[in-house]
Design a protein around this ligand. Structure first.
Ligand code: 5RP
Ligand code: FE2
Length: 221
């Protein structure tokens, strides 16, 4: 069963002084989801924003908010992000000792549950929670910053995650260094959700995000 290709622009590379406008623009130009990077300055060496900003952005669009929590611990904040308007809540496997509990908390709040794996974390770490997942996020850079170079060693993990998913209705997302020149290999390996920040917000053509998103779609293999 082939999963549909989705483009999820990461607003980490958007204009932080005018996020509402950039979110509206990228959705109007054809984004499937909006990817929100939540960083705490502890799990990753960078700080972004929390539930109040998610809530403020929620007023600008009905698009799916794909929320990537790079925070540890995550559990105390899951409900706040759900209430703020996240649709998909992804926690890192490395963020705490009770992944199964985190995923159940997310689903019990009526949200889709995702797990993210850092480049050094093996796919085998999530074998026993596979039926508790709606999304697997394979980090293709070390989390914390936009504009980094894709790590080719993560391709094997995309293939392994794709095999683990099998026919289950689970999205396979990649995040970091995704650009027209890397889309082919990651989609061939099985990824169907492409997160991209700098390759979309840094590549507008005459103010439109449509051309860079079309360039990503065109790279699918
Ligand atoms: O989670 C992230 C960083 O931790 C971002 O989603 C990701 O880096 C997007 O940026 P780019 O497409 O520029 O690599
Ligand atoms: Fe992300």
């Amino acid at each position: 069963m082939k999963r549909p290709l989705r483009i999820a622009p990461s607003i980490l590379s958007a204009d932080f002084s005018d996020l509402g406008q950039d979110v509206r623009a990228v959705v109007a130009d054809g984004a499937d989801w909006v990817h929100l990077d939540i960083m705490d300055g502890h799990f990753v060496p960078n700080i972004t924003f929390g539930p109040p900003v998610v809530k403020a952005l929620r007023r600008h669009t009905d698009a799916v908010f794909d929320c990537h929590l790079m925070i540890a611990p995550a559990d105390p904040y899951i409900e706040a992000f759900a209430d703020a308007g996240c649709d998909i809540i992804t926690v890192h496997q490395e963020a705490g000792p009770h992944l199964h509990r985190s995923l159940q908390t997310i689903r019990n709040l009526g949200k889709k549950a995702g797990v993210a794996l850092n480049p050094a974390t093996p796919v085998s770490m999530i074998e026993h929670v596979i039926d508790d997942l709606d999304l697997i996020l394979i980090m293709t850079v070390n989390p914390g910053f936009g504009g980094q170079k894709f790590i080719p060693a993560t391709l094997d993990k995309i293939e392994q995650a794709n095999a683990l998913i099998g026919d289950r209705p689970i999205d396979l997302e990649v995040d970091g260094g995704i650009a027209p020149d890397t889309v082919g290999t990651v989609t061939k390996a099985g990824a169907n959700v492409l997160v991209a920040g700098s390759a979309i917000f840094g590549k507008a053509v005459e103010g439109s995000y449509r051309p860079p998103m079309e360039a990503l779609r065109a790279g699918e293999q």
